[in-house]
Write a protein that binds this ligand. Structure first.
Ligand SMILES: *Cc1c(COP(=O)(O)O)cnc(C)c1O
Length: 398
């Protein structure tokens, strides 16, 4: 007998996230002449509008690439082979950015972390103070590490860099935080910010963004890393077409236009508040499950728990696929596997992008169901706790 699945499939992984029908509709059209006035006007406007998401006056570059492309763009434009960078470890994504930097010939120094705590600005300050020769050219920070589900304090990190009096660039990966968590590029003194389309911005994968301030672009004009597609100088030269280094990803640009309209309607603050509220419901449920002793939050400090994703630790001898597989195959809820050193003992609940209360409550109900089916000792009443949380927080009763 073949299994026929009815109803909606829930995509509760931390990227890609569900794409609203409005964005799909905006993309459902024929490509256009990329040198025509309409497309030029549209994309020129979007280069400006994306800056509001980062809360910056810095210049934005758009790449037909996923987040890895944005990672590489930020590094290739600001570092030469042999330069050193400092990477405060948080989880698999700080590790991933480090690996990419290494493959460009950059020397990576790490501030180690157990993946259960946010970036410690004091330890970054110490590491920078020890760099008396000024070898460190940039600090690479992941705002929300999607493996650890931890959000770090970027303003605090900048304060630590200033306290050390160190001139390194501050580059921040906001791929899993933009649109879900406050991020203020200029106010916080961030020099380069990267983001991608398929997480909080509700779009399909394939478009990424980099914002680079004057300081970073000035350094960019001097670095030796060979590059063409990523090159900021080249993208600022001449024809509009060069802003994309070739044919623009037009349908993604139409989608981006619609995504920005949707965020403007909700307001960025409203979208962030919604993510905070839904994350609170998830945490209320996980707290109750944890009372049974078998599962736990990966992020130890409650204030570091991300608005966009929650990593749940499982017992050491338990295969996380015993949770993921029935959730997906029987109940149509895709939750994510753990990554890196958390791979064998965690699962992750994505709650980012175009999500609302029934989606989160439905997903939590299925996770409750599969935890019980698996025979794990978990506290009872997780859904009640999530509902109680939602009924109590501001904004829900309006
Ligand atoms: C998803 C993610 C990435 C990688 O993005 P891809 O589009 O998969 O290349 C990098 N950093 C963070 C924080 C992410 O969440």
């Amino acid at each position: 007998m073949t299994t026929v699945r009815r109803g909606r499939e829930f995509l509760m992984v931390p990227g890609p996230t569900p794409v609203p029908q409005r964005i799909l509709n905006a993309m459902n059209r024929q490509p256009v002449d990329f040198s025509g006035p309409d497309f030029i006007a549209l994309s020129d406007r979007l280069f400006e509008e994306v800056r509001a998401l980062f809360e910056t006056e810095a210049q934005v570059f758009l790449y037909t690439a996923n987040g890895h492309g944005a990672w590489e763009a930020a590094l290739a434009n600001t570092l030469s082979p042999g330069d050193a960078v400092l990477i405060p470890e948080v989880g698999q994504f700080s590790e991933g950015w480090r690996g990419l930097a290494q493959s460009l010939g950059v020397e990576c120094r790490t501030v180690p972390n157990d993946w259960r705590h946010p970036i410690d600005p004091d330890r970054v300050e110490d590491a920078l103070r020890q760099d008396t020769k000024g070898e460190i050219k940039a600090v690479l920070a992941v705002h929300t590490d999607t493996a650890a589900s931890i959000t770090s304090d970027i303003a605090g990190l900048r304060a630590a860099m200033d306290a050390a009096g160190h001139p390194a660039l501050l580059m921040v990966d906001t791929i899993a935080s933009l649109g879900t968590t406050a991020f203020r590029m200029d106010e916080w003194g961030v020099d380069v910010t990267i983001a991608a389309s398929q997480k909080g911005l509700m779009m399909p994968p394939g478009l990424s963004m980099v914002a680079a301030n004057e300081k970073a672009q000035a350094i960019g004009r001097t670095v030796a890393t060979p590059r063409r597609y990523w090159d900021w100088v080249d993208r600022n030269r001449g024809e509009h077409y060069q802003r994309f280094c070739g044919t623009a990803p037009e349908l993604l640009i139409f989608g981006l236009d619609e995504a920005l309209k949707m965020i403007a309607e909700e307001t960025l603050e409203g979208a962030i508040a919604r993510h905070a509220r839904l994350a609170g419901a998830v945490r209320a449920a996980v707290s109750v499950w944890a009372e049974g002793g078998a599962v736990a939050f990966n992020a130890l400090a409650p204030e570091s728990r991300a608005n966009s994703v929650t990593t749940v630790l499982l017992p050491d001898d338990f295969d996380p696929e015993c949770i993921r597989t029935p959730a997906r195959d029987i109940y149509s809820v895709a939750i994510a596997r753990g990554l890196g050193q958390l791979g064998a003992r965690s699962f992750r609940i994505g709650h980012m992008g175009d999500v609302n209360e029934p989606m989160v409550l439905g997903g939590l109900a299925v996770i409750d169901l599969v935890l019980r089916r698996a025979g794990l000792p978990v506290g009872q009443g997780a859904l009640d706790a999530a509902i109680a949380y939602l009924s109590a927080v501001d904004g829900v009763a309006e």
